[in-house]
Design a protein around this ligand. Structure first.
Ligand code: FES
Length: 499
């Protein structure tokens, strides 16, 4: 009997996306049963060459060779690399033994059936059957042993976590915390301080084992202890498979309003019209938000300008890195203006924030207040439709966050990005977009002039079956959105952020 793997684990093992794996299943290339695939079928569908291209075998070989050289040099206790190498070899041996046993089992079944059908079988016939069966069992190719051994090794290096009730999955690499791994995979678990104090990241261990890798001050109640609660921010997976019951944010209203003070790490020029503002939050006070959402950035009186100034901006980075927040600040910012002291840091009268950035009055080392998150321009994660992202000028900021998140959750069949600008070369991060297109199958990128956008979208194949995310100045995106609806795009599949 072949070994069975979940789709996530099989994709992890092959170094491909889960979507690519599902596509092959849909196309009938790869049999699956109940969300699982057999190692033998994987091996047949992705022959050895593909596995080598995934880099996993190369990595393992490098670890093995490196470990061997070190052992000769140092003659000390085995290093992590050496242990990994031994594990790999033992995994290979074990997998080969399992396969041999499976073949003997099959031979035994054949003999049993034959004897049941023909009780008078002669000794000569029996001998022939045995010889043929044994020859088959002993000569069968062994590459699947490598697959199984690699899987055994990956199980040690990265634990597989299933989240209930959503059924989402993620991998924990090394001894990283469950929270960090979940965020990296695009999940939105409930959490607060990130360092074991508030208790908001509590999760219940349903199966497997989690262990603390950092101290915590939070005290569980007796009931929580007996129900196997752990803190995701200080615990890692101890068993190779773990099932957790986790409170996840499914919609913007599940994310609480927060107000934190973050430090300006850098202010860089992206082009003549756009600056990149990088903020870093304190370790114990990170910003929880969903990809695509906005926040209000503010400078208090007496700091950079002597007046309270603020502006509302989409976060351009991914929630998977909740400490490092990136913003694209446009020179001709529509969200700027002066704010009289004393009014709340949000509302129609926003401050001249972008001027302060462009004039160097907001600089590295300054403290800024971050208030939010706001907005409902977020990814519809339960949709498996192709994703079409359309950015006009600095509308790329929330689109960037959404794309990074979509890549992390690995749920879309394909991603198309159109980035329009009125000025030639107005796409201020072209290399990043080209890198996505080069690195990801099923990702396309088209920079274009704003006037060409309606035609390009009209010609986009399968647009009416896609989730379309449109962001930019209201003057651009509102007519475009109206045209898309007239062209037949269902309103539920159109998501607009008019900045
Ligand atoms: S996030 Fe506060 S204890 Fe984990």
């Amino acid at each position: 009997m072949s070994q069975w793997l979940t789709l996530s684990r099989a994709a992890h093992l092959l170094g491909i996306s889960r979507v690519a794996l599902q596509k092959r299943i849909r196309e009938g290339d790869l049999p699956s049963f109940d969300g699982m695939v057999a190692v033998d079928d994987l091996q047949r569908t992705w022959p050895q060459l593909d596995l080598d291209e995934s880099g996993s075998f190369e990595k393992t070989r490098a670890i093995r060779e490196d470990a061997f050289a070190r052992r000769l040099r140092e003659r000390v206790l085995p290093s992590q690399e050496a242990l990994a190498q031994r594990l790999f070899v033992q995994g290979q041996e074990l997998a080969e033994l399992q396969r041999t046993l499976t073949r003997y089992h099959a031979l035994f079944d054949v003999l049993q059936v034959r004897l049941a059908q023909t009780p008078q079988v002669t000794a000569g016939e029996l001998q022939k059957l045995l010889d043929e069966g044994l020859a088959r069992a002993l000569s069968a190719p062994a590459p699947a042993a490598d697959v199984a051994a690699l899987d055994a090794m990956l199980r040690v290096m990265s634990a597989h976590v299933t989240v209930k009730p959503s059924g989402r999955e993620f991998f924990v690499e090394g001894s990283e915390t469950l929270l960090k791994a979940a965020l990296r995979a695009g999940l939105a678990p409930n959490y607060g301080c990130g360092n074991g104090v508030c208790g908001l990241c509590k999760a219940r261990v349903v199966a497997g084992e989690a262990r603390a890798v950092a101290p915590s001050d939070y005290r569980f109640s007796e009931a929580e202890k007996t129900q196997n609660h752990v803190l995701m921010c200080v615990c890692t997976a101890h068993s190779s498979d773990l099932v957790l019951e986790v409170l996840e944010a499914g919609a913007p209203e599940d994310i609480p309003e927060q107000r934190i003070v973050a430090k300006v790490r850098s202010v860089d020029v992206l082009n003549d019209e756009v600056m990149r503002l990088h903020l870093q939050t304190p370790r114990s006070n990170r910003l929880r938000f969903l990809a695509g959402q906005r926040v209000t950035l503010g400078v208090t009186a007496g700091q950079a300008s002597g007046a309270d100034i603020h502006g509302e901006y989409p976060v351009a980075s991914c929630p998977c890195d909740d400490r490092n927040l990136i913003f694209h600040i446009s020179r001709s910012d529509r969200r700027s203006g002066l704010c009289p002291p004393g009014i709340p840091l949000r509302g129609p009268a926003s401050a001249d924030f972008s001027h302060a950035v462009f004039e160097g009055r907001i600089k590295s080392g300054d403290d800024l207040s971050v208030w939010g998150p706001w907005g409902r321009f977020v990814l519809v994660e339960d949709s498996a439709r192709p994703l079409v992202f359309v950015a006009v000028e600095d509308g790329f900021a929330p689109i960037n966050s959404l794309i990074e998140h979509a890549i992390a959750v690995d749920a879309a069949e394909s991603i198309a990005l159109y980035w329009a600008s009125a000025r030639p070369g107005g796409q201020y991060l072209p290399n990043q977009c080209r890198a996505w297109a080069a690195a990801l199958d099923e990702f396309s990128y088209l920079p274009l002039a704003t006037d060409d956008l309606p035609t390009a979208l009209k010609e986009h194949a399968g647009l009416s079956n896609s989730e379309v995310y449109l962001a930019g100045a209201a003057a651009h995106v509102e007519p475009l959105a109206a045209a898309l609806l007239v062209a037949g795009l269902p309103p539920s599949q159109l998501h607009v952020e008019a900045l």
